[in-house]
Write a protein that binds this ligand. Structure first.
Ligand code: F6P
Length: 416
């Protein structure tokens, strides 16, 4: 009888993606599943029959705790989209043959909107060939751009890191405000959604003025207005900090990063690598105003900062993993687990699920009314939405002053 689970991780990692993996593992074991397999590098590795028995790596409750607090994708990840079913049945036959070989009853995939496409296609194929394996998606992305769910695991921790980093940077630059003019531009991930960039406003509080300007990808970026705005603030403040999304575009549809020395790299999901926005803007400011500038690209740091996770986030990440197993074992398929905010104050959030066909490939962006009228800051509604998600901490387990992670071994040595 089929009584095994397989789980994969896909897309960009987050600081809490392994907490979802831990949730899948623990819940499956507690529910009497015999083996939990992990795909190596998502569906792409699975196509090459790359998988591992998770019990070889997770041997105790302490290992589960370590896994929860380990950044990056423990199983390895991929950015790979399965081809459409029709015309590519051979690919699906191959995947399902391996599922049969491993006696898989539940297939869990931890990922974002592109990765949910994998759950959509596999669950559709299972219906076509009347196959008993159930396919359930577990949400994850720092971008927070998944449809239907209130928010995605990974977002709260990245937002907490961004708010903290901005607060530190602002304090540093303001120390020079007596005689030096500095414009610091901080570039934040999130592709076409400004959820993460808006988190820069978390730096604002009674002890910090917060960023001066925030530019989100939901609105067209106007270079002239930006320069004018900086010119207007600079005489009053001398040191100003600007948060910009990597995905801002000018009126002709070009990314700002394409105006400078960006990158031409395009990944397998068809996404262009967005990098160099802060550098491009800093170059413009220095040419137009002639003051000192600094470009900071938070880059990988914002999604791998496991030393600063939000406890709300890491807990919810675990819960969606566990809920995924429960749903699949109860017969659900073609669904994604989601988070439903029941109340904001006190913050109460429960898990639920939804048809993955309504979620795969869709992008949820920040509503216009959550960005101020002049298009350069967020509103109170946005702040109220974010704040519960960044609460409390769960520090890493430290050994000799440095965080300790769970790592994959083969014959006693770390797998690279
Ligand atoms: O997965 C989300 C994300 O973090 C985006 O915000 C960002 O544009 C992208 O990943 C970067 O991915 P990579 O590290 O593969 O270039």
């Amino acid at each position: 009888m089929r009584n095994n689970v397989i789980v994969g991780q896909s897309g960009g990692p987050t600081a809490v993606i392994n907490s979802s993996l831990a949730g899948v593992y623990k819940s499956a074991m507690d529910r009497g599943i015999e083996k939990v397999y992990g795909m190596r590098h998502g569906i792409l590795g699975f196509l090459d029959e790359q998988y591992t028995d998770l019990s070889e790596h997770i041997k105790s409750e302490l290992d589960i705790e370590l896994l929860k607090r380990t950044p990056a994708a423990f199983l390895g990840t991929c950015r790979y989209k399965l081809p459409e079913i029709y015309g590519h049945e051979d690919v699906y036959k191959k995947i399902f043959a391996v599922l049969d070989k491993l006696d898989i009853s539940c297939f869990l995939y931890i990922g974002g909107n592109d990765s949910m496409d994998t759950i959509r296609k596999l669950s559709d194929y299972a219906v076509i060939v009347d196959h008993p394996t159930r396919f359930v998606g577990v949400p994850k992305t720092i971008d927070n751009d998944l449809a239907v769910t209130d928010h995605t695991p990974g977002y709260g921790s990245a937002a907490k890191y961004i708010g903290t980093a901005l607060k530190e940077v602002i304090a540093d630059t303001l120390s020079f405000a007596y005689d030096t003019k500095i414009v610091t531009i901080v570039e934040i991930m999130g592709r076409h959604a400004g959820w993460l960039t808006g988190a820069a406003a978390l730096a604002e509080g009674e002890d910090s003025v917060g960023p001066d300007l925030i530019y989100m990808p939901e609105l067209t970026f106007d270079m002239e207005r930006f320069v004018d705005k900086v010119k207007e603030i600079l005489p009053k403040k001398k040191c100003i900090t600007v948060a910009v999304s990597e995905g801002i575009k000018v009126a002709n549809g070009k990314y700002v990063c394409e105006l400078g020395e960006g990158s031409d790299y395009v990944d397998a999901f068809g996404h262009k690598q967005l990098t160099g926005t802060a550098r491009t803007l800093a170059t413009v400011i220095s040419a137009e105003i002639g003051c000192k500038t600094r470009a900071i690209e938070l880059s990988t740091l914002q999604r791998s900062a496991s030393h600063l996770v939000s406890r709300v986030d890491i807990t919810e990440a675990f819960q969606v993993g566990a809920a995924g197993v429960k749903a699949a074992m109860e017969g659900e398929t073609g669904k994604m687990i989601l988070l439903k905010r029941v109340s904001n104050d006190p913050y109460i959030c429960i898990t639920d699920m939804h048809d993955v066909h309504k979620i795969a490939n869709a992008e949820k962006t920040v509503p216009r009314e959550w960005i101020n009228e002049s298009g350069d800051y967020v509103t109170k509604e946005f702040m109220d939405y974010m704040k519960p998600l960044i609460q409390a901490e769960l520090p890493p387990i430290q050994v000799e002053g440095i965080p300790r992670y769970l790592y994959m071994r083969k014959n006693g040595t770390p797998v690279t």
